[in-house]
Design a binder for this molecule. Sequence first.
Ligand code: SAH
Ligand code: SF4
Length: 423
Amino acid sequence: MLRVVPENSDQLVPLNPAAPDDNSASLKSRPLFGLDAPALATVLAGEGEPIWRAKQISEAIYCQYITEISSVTTLSLDLRQKLASHGWQIGRPAIAKTFQSTDGTERYLVQCRPGDATTVETVWMPEGDDGEAGDGTDNEPSVAPPFPARSEGRVGKKAGALEPSHNNSETNPWRRATICVSSQVGCAVNCQFCLTAKLGLQRNLTAGEIAGQVVAVLDRHAVRVGRDRVNLVFMGMGEPFLNYDNFMAAVRLLVEEVGLSPQRMTVSTSGIVPGIERFAQEPSELRPKLAISLNAPNDHIRAVIMPINRKWPIWTIMDAVRGINLRPRERITFEYVLLGGVTDRPEDARQLARLVRRTGLPAKVNLIAWNPGPGIAYATPDPASVADFQKTLIADGIPAYIRQPRGRDIFAACGQLKRTIEG
Ligand code: SAH
Ligand code: SF4
């Protein structure tokens, strides 16, 4: 049965869509957040300061989650005042509004820059949605091995004096958590089942705006990088591989400056082949894991629900994915949204299993029951057909997991992220 989300729900936020993005304030300000270590060194050199101070700034904004220059007490008061008087500010994206789900999920509207009306959505899922499971990485720490945390066991400022622990349930109400990150405002890809598609593409996010969503959420939950289990999924609004340079620059910041491991990050793409080809060239110490939004068992159905398939059909995607030099035990994830009566039939499951086997890739399938959105005429599948679909895949030798819809009541679930409604 088709479930339609009421347009007047108070969990959808009426922002004034006519309000122009006010960039005037952000043009005058000079944000430090988003700059990597060499760029921070250039700023300091330009201020006539020793470049080793870049490390102090980086530590303050990316590790201690400090948001005001005046609070960076590792810098002298004079230097803080000089930087501020020259227009420098930390300028980290900020959580402007929070929606809390009964299941613990939180959805945030994140204001990209001070003085800019642009907001994007970011989601915190304590316990995740099971989409990360099954690849053997869940017991690994979240710290990046080649770029060890500079102060081992360092903590966000709110977590101050916590004792080292490998089980964050001692100090936090969650054992592991997943942050779902947006890469664009809206999306140009036009998948027929996705609410974000209805926005069209409004703009690309910068590296600082992508990484800033993560740091704002780490700060809110006092996450101790290197100790707490946190996964990132680039599965929020937008198509990361159509904003490739900024997306990968954000990953570099998150790995090299924040200290997160790329092996605990997953980027999802609708199948942008040139992006996958570039991704295959990234060094493994920086490359997140890859998920492909397959969503259909053949080109015929896929082209209807994902028009982008006409440009890059399934086997062009698979050929590009085969160019990736996978790490030991790493698997490609195929995401598969089950649309009732369209892609959830037993023959779809059998065909999907054959397709995945033919790729020859180490792979798993994440099944996602379609989440409804206003004005989208698909149906949520029956729970029984989702369970049968999974059984068929498993019986055919394909690892398959059902992703739990998290935060449906606050429109935080997959494909429900949308910035505005008619206000
Ligand atoms: N643009 C990227 C990442 C964001 S979408 C991509 O498409 O992969 C993240 C996931 O949400 C994709 O797998 C997509 O197929 C899925 N999705 C989109 N709309 C959905 C909906 N209404 N219900 C369930 N999953 C949805
Ligand atoms: Fe864009 Fe992904 Fe939604 Fe498709 S599913 S419209 S690529 S956000």
